[in-house]
Each structure stands twice: as structure tokens, then as C-alpha cells.
Design a protein around this ligand. Structure first.
Ligand SMILES: [Zn+2]
Length: 172
């Protein structure tokens, strides 16, 4: 934590039903000490909640950044773009800290090429496949206000309709 940084955010995990989770987040204009402090604070939140990724909207901040650790390395990702998507798809079970208690299989491209700014302000371009590609896409979706449950087939979505309604009622 950087001393003297004024937090305007509570950094609580936002649960399904909160409007910030379905909003399209704003691009980060500048890498400020506050942004770096928030990113630093999001990393231990990942560990605490046994997550592999955490996006800014999930802590109530409608800006385009996230942290992820898909087992290969820790990434602090600012203003990401998915510049290329492979044609091969894969299905894998996903969960989300903002949608507790629900795990469902989601189809996504296996391979993507991404570009983002890291915490040092450098532009990074990487080709990701399998699990890191999956986590990146899940977190990227959060920045567009999309949750993994929005990517389910209508039938699969219907099966968890009641659970989702219950989460929404708790949030309200
Ligand atoms: Zn998520």
C-alpha cells in the first residue's frame, strides 16, 4: 500500500445484481499511484478468495483493468485488447467471485493474442492459450459488463435462473 493514497473505493467484492458488474468500464487514462495501489491490493484478494482473476468492476471500480494469475505468472492488465482470436474452441468449467456457488461449463476460443499496458506502463503483446487464455477472456468480459453466466446456452442459463435470482435478491 502506498501511504498518502486516498481510497475512494471500498474494495468489497461486488456480487451478481450490482449495476457496476453489467456496465461497460471506462478506459484507464493514466497510471496513477492510486491505480497501482489498487492493483497491489487486488493481488492478495485473489489469494484470499482462491480466485485466478479479479477485474476492477468486481471491486466496484468501473475501469478497464484486472489482475490474473492462471498459474503461469501474475499479470496486472490495464486497458486490454484481444487482437486476435483462434478458431478452435474449448469448453471448461468456470466460476466467478461475483457469482458465488455457481460453476458452469463455458465455450471460448482456445487461443488468443492480447495487447495491454502493464503496471510499468509498457505495452505487452502475448499469445495465450488454454487456461491463461480462458482467464484473460473471463476477466476481459467483466470490463464489458459480461459475466460467464451470460455466455451460457439459454437452457443452461435457465437451470441456474433461481440461484441467480437469489443472489440478486441478496444484493438488493
Ligand atoms: Zn469473474
Amino acid at each position: 500500500m502506498i501511504s498518502g493514497v486516498q481510497y475512494t473505493y471500498s474494495m468489497d467484492i461486488q456480487i451478481y445484481g450490482k449495476p457496476v458488474l453489467s456496465a461497460v468500464a471506462e478506459p484507464v487514462k493514466e497510471i496513477t499511484p492510486e491505480l497501482l495501489a489498487i492493483l497491489d491490493e487486488m493481488v492478495p484478494m485473489l489469494t484470499t478468495h482462491r480466485g485466478v482473476g479479479l477485474a476492477a468492476p468486481q471491486v466496484g471500480i468501473s475501469q478497464r483493468f484486472f489482475v490474473m494469475n492462471a498459474g503461469d505468472k501474475l499479470r496486472k492488465v490495464i486497458n486490454p485488447e484481444i487482437v486476435k482470436t483462434g478458431s478452435a474452441q474449448a469448453e471448461m468449467e468456470e466460476g466467478c467471485l461475483s457469482v458465488p456457488g455457481i460453476h458452469k461449463r463455458v465455450r471460448r476460443p482456445k487461443r488468443i493474442t492480447v495487447r495491454y499496458t502493464n503496471e510499468a506502463g509498457e505495452t505487452v503483446e502475448e499469445e495465450l492459450k488454454d487456461f491463461p487464455a480462458r482467464v484473460f477472456q473471463h476477466e476481459y468480459d467483466h470490463l464489458d459488463g459480461v459475466l460467464f453466466v451470460d455466455r451460457l446456452t439459454p437452457v443452461a442459463r435457465k437451470l441456474i435462473g433461481r440461484q441467480l435470482e437469489a443472489l440478486k435478491e441478496e444484493t438488493a
